[in-house]
Design a protein around this ligand. Sequence first.
Ligand code: CMP
Length: 135
Amino acid sequence: MEKTLFIIKPDAVKRNRIGRILSMVEEAGLKIIRLSLMHLSREQACEFYAMHRGKEFYEKLVDYMSSAPCVVCVLEGNDAVKLLRSICGATDPTLAAPGTIRSEFGINITMNSVHASDSSESAKREVKFFFPEVE
Ligand code: CMP
């Protein structure tokens, strides 16, 4: 069993898409083991996305992620990192395959509705960042 971090971003929370997105996650066979509605501080968003510091989209990304509440979850399942990334679809919603979460709900590359850890190393760091008690 593997764990991964999943965030439903402010655009989807504001448009009442939490339930539909979590249904897609559960239907894919992933188990929700932690779930919290959180309004990230700018400092938390900066730290969470520290690997993107210096990129042209970084400031816009942290402003956006700290602009309104998100739903932050830990998901568990077989090959959870890869499975979750496949149901999220490409980062840019215009390039995401039909039927994926970002294709259904994403607005643009910043307001792309969800975040999913991109590797098992990132998943360990990201789960610990929000839920330090999770093994
Ligand atoms: P996410 O999976 O949360 O990881 C980093 C985020 O940066 C990404 O989703 C996008 O929302 C955002 N982003 C904005 N512009 C870009 C870009 N050009 N390339 C990659 N990510 C971008």
